[in-house]
Design a protein. Structure first.
Length: 139
């Protein structure tokens, strides 16, 4: 069995944003030489996520608005977590909703997606570097 572990570094310039990381993940799969297996893609920060969906800007806008209604950033005083001096309690909640990681099958050396599926990094407390783990396992 082969395995390869790599880390992507992302820096979303705004507090909230989404980045399609599918090309980078596919590149790591290709580099691994795995033809049949799995790839785990995992946000390594508790205020960001990794998820699979459509690469459509209207949908990303809808996600941002929907998440803000569910867990508004302001007033920051509404969250007990922010009494610690932080201002990112909403980002922790948004991450919980959007998820920590995805696992994608690798078939014939490629990500085995359904129609329109892509891998995204979701940022909810941005403006600094954060890492995403990509772990490929298979034959």
């Amino acid at each position: 069995m082969k395995s390869l572990t790599e880390h992507l570094t992302l820096n979303i310039p705004s507090r909230v944003g989404f980045a399609n990381i599918t090309p980078q993940v596919q590149g790591i799969v290709r580099q691994s030489g795995v033809r049949e297996g799995l790839v785990l893609v995992n946000s390594m920060h508790i205020t960001s996520s990794v998820f699979i969906n459509d690469d459509e800007s209207g949908l990303h806008h809808d996600y941002e608005k929907w998440l803000e209604r569910l867990a508004p950033h302001e007033p920051t005083s509404q969250y007990r977590h922010n009494l610690t001096g932080e201002d990112n309690a909403d980002a922790h909640l948004k991450r919980q909703i959007m998820g920590r990681e995805v696992v994608v099958a690798i078939t014939a050396g490629k990500l085995d997606f359904g129609p329109w599926e892509q891998i995204f990094y979701g940022e909810f407390d941005g403006r600094r570097q954060k890492r995403v783990l990509v772990k490929v396992i298979g034959e």
